[in-house]
Design a protein around this ligand. Structure first.
Ligand SMILES: Nc1ncnc2c1ncn2[C@@H]1O[C@H](COP(=O)(O)OP(=O)(O)OP(=O)(O)O)[C@@H](O)[C@H]1O
Length: 570
């Protein structure tokens, strides 16, 4: 049951609606049984030609039962569904709250399609836990107990038959079917996850698949996984119908037993024959309600599996700061790396290996080096997205272990190689920089990054698909410029922009970041002359560091890189 804690906790929050569901369910069940029983009694009694007022009274009873039954069934549906939607909403919020701190590293463990299947399919399937597993058995047992108590007045045999029937239809038959259902439900879940993963891959990789003419092949594989999911769902539904029908047949059989017992008792003069139809009708009604119990174990199993899959994600321990928490001031920060090492999950070679360097407050540092030398990993460690395996990082002389990542993100302007853009307008994408931005401020900054040909109302498609790589980079810089922060982390922010535009924007950035601490990752070695410090990375380690002049005089790696760049440019 531990795995169901995610849903049980939300049910506890909804306990008022849960109790109402049970109450309305019980009233509905008892009045439905009363309606059937009174109808049976009315038919038998009418055959004996009683006084009219007896029949009138019985008809009035039936009408009242009918009305109360309809009202309470409606009430039960309403509160139980309200509870279910609230429970699902609560689970989704909880799941997202847990997911948020895991977000940067989550894709190392889960594929996005699989994660989507968990967030949508698994959460959705938990609706069956409350609606079919949690409260209906309670209602059923209460109605059965009431019916058994009622029939005790006629003979002790009836409650015994009812109890045996409840055992058969509520426990034995569902348990017998449970195993078969388990297998098919497992297949449904598996095929749903495969379909979701395949769909996400085709959607994300659509353009490349088209260019590499692999779309037909991927499309065919997607159709196969979709057909497998549909087939498994069909099998699951028909099996569920079959199980319910068998349980219903068992219920009818019990009603035959009630009839046979009743006939015997009438013959033995132990029961008035006028009650026979009433008892059979009562039995027919309550065993009809027991039929859905056949699908209870699979729903329970399904909910257990769905919860476990959700727990697999939420049980991941996020890389968080530990107490005592330290907060950063708004001043330009100093940064210090002390023998920092980090190895990405699943990798053997450290991406950053025993790296130490200092960045003075308000200084400008460039990090250069071959592709894969660990430059971006340094930024991720600095932002607290990744936590060091070894060594320590300090910002404003405070260990990053005690600084919440949100605090670092709050203080930093980050422009990465790839930045996310939302579906909407240029304005929507700039407004996330900070609250209260005016159109004038946004237009002004667009001019500064040479995007003045765009208006604030121009559309931006998902992930900025309708913008060129360079335009996306400039829009990301514009967004950062609007934030006005004292720490700038720029990871090749101008790599897709032509040299002239890039030099202009760089000049403007220099002006705007005069007092800020700037760390710039760059493949271009031009324009680094003004940097206070250049760090040259090689295979996760610092090969050399110093000012431009120092490195050029040392004639080391930087000097060689610069020579190669010049040869290429000539
Ligand atoms: N999420 C990840 N999972 C596993 N390995 C990773 C991950 N990200 C980076 N790496 C590995 O870590 C090493 C350093 O990568 P990093 O992105 O820091 O290099 P980089 O110097 O920024 O490269 P580039 O200049 O191409 O951006 C590389 O060998 C890379 O393959």
């Amino acid at each position: 049951m531990r795995e169901l804690s995610i849903v049980l906790r939300q049910i506890a929050v909804e306990r008022k609606n849960v109790w109402y569901s049970v109450l309305f369910g019980y009233i509905g069940g008892v009045t439905a049984a009363g309606l059937f029983a009174a109808s049976g009694y009315l038919i038998s009694k009418a055959a004996l030609i009683p006084p009219v007022y007896t029949l009138t009274l019985l008809i009035a009873f039936i009408k009242v039962f009918g009305l109360v039954k309809a009202g309470s069934k409606y009430g039960e549906r309403m509160v139980s569904h309200r509870a279910t939607f609230n429970i699902l909403a609560g689970i989704r919020v909880r799941f997202f709250e847990k997911l948020e701190p895991l977000a940067p590293g989550i894709f190392q463990k889960f594929r996005s399609g699989d994660l989507l299947a968990r967030i949508t399919g698994d959460v959705e399937s938990l609706q069956n836990f409350f609606l079919r597993v949690y409260y209906p058995p309670l209602v059923l047992i209460l109605v059965f107990i009431s019916a058994m108590l009622f029939t005790t007045f006629y003979s002790f045999w009836f409650p015994l038959i009812f109890a045996a029937g409840l055992l058969l239809t509520g426990l034995i038959i569902p348990a017998l079917f449970a195993l078969r259902r388990q297998k098919i439900e497992e297949k449904v879940r598996e095929s749903r996850a495969i379909l979701s993963t395949d769909t996400a891959e085709v959607l994300y990789g659509f353009r490349d698949l088209k260019i590499y003419q692999q779309l037909d092949e991927k499309g065919a594989s997607l159709r196969t996984s979709s057909a497998a999911y549909i087939a498994n769902q069909e099998k699951s539904s028909s099996q569920s119908m079959f199980n319910q029908s068998v349980n219903q047949a068992a219920g009818l059989l019990i009603s035959w037993v009630v009839l046979a017992a009743g006939v015997y008792l009438v013959q033995q003069d132990q029961l008035d024959g006028v009650f026979l139809a009433m008892l059979v009708m009562l039995s027919l009604n309550i065993f009809e309600n027991a039929a859905p119990m056949a699908v209870l174990p699979p729903h329970l199993e399904d909910s257990r599996k769905a919860s476990s899959r959700l727990n697999e994600v939420t049980d991941m321990v996020p890389a968080t700061a530990s107490e005592p928490y330290e907060t950063l001031t708004d001043e330009a920060p100093s940064i210090s790396f002390q023998s920092v090492s980090y190895t990405h999950e699943g990798e053997e070679r450290p991406a950053v290996d025993q790296t130490s360097f200092e960045v003075k407050a308000g200084s400008k540092t460039a990090i250069v080096g071959a592709s894969g030398s660990g430059k971006s990993t340094i930024f991720q460690l600095l932002l607290g997205v990744l936590r060091t395996n070894d060594g320590d990082i300090a910002i404003q002389d405070r260990s990053i272990r005690h600084i919440k990542s949100e605090d670092i993100w709050e203080k930093a302007n980050v422009v990465m190689q790839e930045n996310h853009f939302f579906y909407g307008t240029i304005r929507d994408n700039l407004q996330i920089a900070r609250e209260g931005l005016t159109d004038e401020e946004m237009q002004w900054v667009l001019e500064k990054v040479q995007l003045s040909r765009f208006t604030l109302d121009d559309a931006v498609l998902e992930k900025g698909e309708n913008l060129s790589g360079g335009e996306r980079q400039r829009l990301a810089i514009a967004r950062a410029l609007l934030r006005k922060r004292s720490l700038w982390l720029l990871d090749e922010p101008l790599s897709s922009i032509d040299n002239v535009t890039s030099a202009d924007i760089m000049r403007y950035l220099e002006e705007r970041t005069e007092d800020a601490t700037v760390c710039l990752i760059s493949h271009q070695l031009n324009g680094l002359e003004k940097m206070d410090q250049i760090i040259v990375m090689d295979g996760g380690q610092i090969a050399e560091k110093g000012s431009y002049e120092e490195l050029m005089t040392a004639k080391g790696m930087f000097y060689e890189m610069k020579k190669i760049e010049q040869e290429i440019l000539v």
